[in-house]
Design a protein around this ligand. Sequence first.
Ligand code: AMP
Ligand code: ZN
Ligand code: FE
Ligand code: FE
Length: 274
Amino acid sequence: MTIDLHTHSNKSDGTDSPKELIANAVAAGLTVVALTDHDSTEGWTEADKAAKRADIRLIKGIEISTKLSGKSIHLLGYEFDPTDKPLLTELNKVLDGRNSRLPATLERLRDIGIDIDAKDVRRHSSNAAAMGRPHVADALVELGVVANRDEAFAKYLTPGKPAYVDRYAADLVTAIRLVKAAGGRTVLAHPWSRGSHRVLTATQIGALKEVGLDGLEIDHNDHSADDRAELAYIAKKLDLVRTGSSDYHGTGKIDFELGCNTTAVDQFNRLFGG
Ligand code: AMP
Ligand code: ZN
Ligand code: FE
Ligand code: FE
């Protein structure tokens, strides 16, 4: 089995449609793939239909934008009830925050002489519910202001840069509780990636386990070999599941190809049964 538990479609900031994602996952030799769009389950139905026709198992997931002590943390949620009211209410708050950030971002860009219309950004986001900075980046690329998404983030869209605007994110502990109450599993996405490097200590991760955290995404391209070894030690001590995944975004993120990191079968079975 080849298991990849973190991918994005164009229902957030990936570039494949859910159907294309499934086809590419099959072509990459995956036997299990999780669709984990940012803050939205919009792609589940299309992905499910495609996966049933192909020889691949779909895990239905999400990557929720959360905060812990003011720092941004991404939480992977899997196989929860997508109609659960309390969870949906919180996700809608996060999606509202994404939408209300867009005009503020475009205003900042206008202040420095870059004129982009909201409609252009929406076109790049395929009108998905979960629009984000990568779609603004795509509009900047189209305008010829930057060469690619990375350059757009580095010059304009990260904290401290002229067009950065903060947005609402769910409280991490609340988000874990909501996904668990909706019958799901929870895994911290790339816990020590650049943005969140060492924000989460072993003690904090232990406290998150107490509220329902199931696992840590250890094998991820944002983690060095040292990070992985240390996180593996923490996971073992706390009896948390160790996952690995690509965080594939189609052509939106270079060197995050499907299956570039994978989850071991025994760890997968701990999360989802045999
Ligand atoms: P947002 O969801 O709007 O806050 O934008 C953050 C998302 O943009 C992350 O989840 C990544 O998927 C993506 N991202 C972050 N940094 C970069 C970068 N340097 N280049 C391309 N995409 C990025
Ligand atoms: Zn993303
Ligand atoms: Fe993430
Ligand atoms: Fe992701």
